[in-house]
Design a protein around this ligand. Sequence first.
Ligand code: 5AD
Length: 349
Amino acid sequence: MAVNCVNELRERRTLGDEGLLELLESEDESVAEELFRNAREVSRAQFGRRIWLRALIEWSNVCRNDCLYCGIRRGNPAVQRYSLSQEDILQCCQQAYRLGLRTFVLQGGENPPAALLLAETVAEIRAAWPDCAITLSLGELPRETYALLRRSGADRYLLRHETANPAHYARLHPSGMTLESRLACLRSLRDLGYQTGMGMMVGSPYQTMQDLLADLRLIEAFRPEMIGIGPFIPQHDTPFRDCPAGNAGLTLRLLAILRLMHPHALIPSTTALSTLHPGGRMAGILAGANVIMPDFTPRDQREAYALYEGKTAAWTETAANLQDLYQELSACGYSVASSRGDYDESIHL
Ligand code: 5AD
């Protein structure tokens, strides 16, 4: 029965609520394997056995928001706040470029005045590396700021919707933050010509299977170019410190379902997954993900960007560590792609 669901999902790229819930809830290993195998095949038909790397640069942990799950929330006085200078950021890009990466991801806390100033750095990156993609992940900003950053050369923007249920959204965020405003930002980003990424945490406090189903439907309706999901992991300085972490198996099933629903999407195997589950990075690839985001944040700042427990220990991106990554991939028959790897509805490799 569940196996029929997998076939139907692959054929039709969608499935009724009942079927999706069955796949989400199934604890049957053979169902999960079937899901992963199909998602892998779809991913390989689309991208070959190639994985795109994105250099993650956590440029600042200064944040105006107070999201209850997040370690760099404004209300956490234990965080040493930092912002990288333009020179630091360009150096990170340089290092990533030398190692062959062709997408830079500038991620940071939500800080509108700083985001405005960052436009200059984006323009510098654009001028220095015209063959690279620039992805931003800076939270909710005024449309004009998104527009300025786009004109300055940014190509893509990641803004997770976090949960598609407005009531659940309200339990994860302080009053004043709404799902509606998050979705308005996503629409602006798309209007402005960004390739847009959305996604959710899996197993965040109070989340139900119905919520995850709503996430799948929201993503299906929006059709983003990128989809980022990862398990919730508690952080010791947040109100959710005692909440249980999300489930790695469920995260992998969701990755596979998303791949079958969105064959062309750029889907990373995220750091949170590998933090929770040893071998999670490769497990994500084998469940249909096609992107990995090595962390190029300078060592001194990395510790201060602790969104969740154990994140800093995850991995350090040096040339040697990238070699390890290449070996891990090649042991499963994968290699690293050398282009910037844009979303392209028309590619059929
Ligand atoms: N566990 C897992 N993911 C988290 N994020 C923030 N805090 C946590 C946490 N405790 C994710 C959010 C955010 C992204 C930058 O990091 O989904 O959008």
